[in-house]
Design a binder for this molecule. Structure first.
Ligand code: CA
Length: 439
């Protein structure tokens, strides 16, 4: 019979072993980096057909990883996509169907405490979590990212800031480190990358979730060496003062590409590149300043140009290089996918679906309808078919044959139209009674 002392010793030894094993398991978890461009269109980077904008880093990422041809943002504008990306749910369920504008009377809206965010899930699973860049899920102190699962926040809370003076759309200074205003000189794209690199350095021995939502190429259209436009007491043009805005746009995408290269270099330098999954996407389609390739429409519309955007997954040694994924996927699928990649199990339910089978196998996604709703526009997407309603006008497109949405097949397909309308009605009921345009 063991003496009580021996039992205690065994128990302590076992407990140390268990915690050491858990620590080892945690240390071996992959890092996750989620990079999102702002308002970057389907034809704005080299590997998606841009002839004028040079993006060697993203092109190489796509060549070494997977390029998605049918990836969509949940929203056709900024806030709703971010709400769905971070919760894995339709933005309608989160109550953030519209944009949170900078005007003082609109600053009351934001992400509710009751929402479970990507950062909260990763944080609870032992990950270090950081966001560097644009938040756009609420201005008030309670909406700060550090209250929604991020250990560190560096960047801005509004929809856009001057790239040099860091003032928002109504001229208010909007540059933060965690919950405090901070004053760093520099160009937004460089500054957020600098801080992201520090975050990677300080967490090189721990698993981390790094969310890097770039401002580029959202207006104001400013390059690295431009002057600040938004300054105290001065009127300013929202889009910036440069006359050659398309040239500025090109510079902005290229500077972002260069900075994504710095992140990948840092991973290699620290020998983290084989254990880090990187996902890149855009939050909605381009404005007329950018290029949506063969797609119809722009940001804020539910034509394809408003929401079909570039997306690339990169995971050296784990993903077969040069793969093209043609299955429809959407922002809210990213969270369940990242959890699978990180081996994190949880009981949170998501509208989105894990698409990791596209990353690691030749399997396809199961067929499912996808829905969009924004400002009197509705979409139901099912396989290659897209039902689009704008106010009272209905369309049906076969995207496999007609990516540019030029030929309305509605009159030839009354049965399909009826089916789509039923699906839409059921979905709207499921989403609840949120107003069409919440704010
Ligand atoms: Ca956007």
């Amino acid at each position: 019979m063991k003496s009580p002392v021996n039992v205690l010793s065994v128990s302590i030894a076992l407990s140390c072993f268990t915690s050491a094993a858990a620590a080892k398991e945690l240390a071996e978890k992959p890092n996750i980096i989620l990079i999102m461009a702002d308002d970057m269109g389907y034809g704005d980077i080299g590997c998606y057909g841009s002839k004028s904008i040079k993006t060697p880093v993203l092109d190489k990422m796509a060549a070494d990883g997977i390029k998605f041809t049918d990836y969509h943002s949940n929203g056709a504008v900024c806030t709703p996509t971010r709400a769905s990306l971070l919760t894995g749910n339709y933005q309608q369920r989160v109550g953030l169907e519209g944009v949170i504008n900078a005007q003082m009377d609109k600053r009351i809206y934001g992400i509710a405490d009751s929402e479970v965010t990507m950062a909260e899930i990763f944080q609870k699973s032992g990950y270090q979590t950081g966001i560097f860049g644009k938040w756009h899920l609420g201005y008030q102190p309670e909406f700060n990212p550090t209250h929604h699962g991020f250990n560190e926040f560096y960047g801005y809370v509004s929809g856009n800031v001057d790239y040099i003076s860091h003032r928002d759309g109504i001229g208010i200074y909007d540059w933060w480190h965690n919950t405090d205003t901070c004053y760093d000189e520099g160009y937004v794209t460089d500054l957020i990358t600098n801080q992201a690199l520090k975050f990677i350095e300080s967490n090189k021995n721990k698993p981390f979730l790094l969310y890097l939502p770039h401002e580029a190429p959202h207006f104001p259209y400013q390059g690295r060496n431009d002057k600040a436009d938004r300054l105290p007491g001065l009127n300013f043009e929202m889009l910036g003062s440069r006359s050659d805005k398309k040239q500025a746009y090109k510079e902005m995408v290229e500077i972002m590409d260069e900075n994504i290269g710095r992140v990948l270099e840092k991973l290699k330098e620290l020998n983290l590149d084989k254990n880090t999954f990187v996902f890149f996407c855009s939050d909605n389609g381009a404005t007329s300043m950018g290029n949506n390739g063969a797609l119809n429409g722009f940001k804020s519309s539910l034509w394809e140009g408003g929401h079909r955007v570039p997306a690339i997954a990169w995971y050296p040694g784990k993903i077969k290089p040069g793969k093209i994924a043609d299955d429809p996927v959407i922002s809210m699928d990213v969270l369940p996918t990242l959890l699978n990649v990180a081996g994190i199990s949880n009981k949170v339910r998501f509208d989105g679906e894990d698409f990791s089978k596209l990353l690691f196998s030749e399997k396809e996604m199961k067929k499912r309808p996808l829905f969009w709703r924004f400002q009197n526009q509705w979409v139901v997407r099912m396989e290659n078919w897209k039902y689009l309603k704008i106010k009272e006008k209905e369309y049906l497109f076969d995207l496999a044959k007609d990516l540019g949405e030029t030929t309305n097949l509605k009159d030839e397909n009354p049965v399909m139209i009826k089916k789509f309308k039923t699906l839409l009605k059921d979905w709207e009921k499921e989403m609840g009674n949120y107003a069409q345009q919440t704010f």
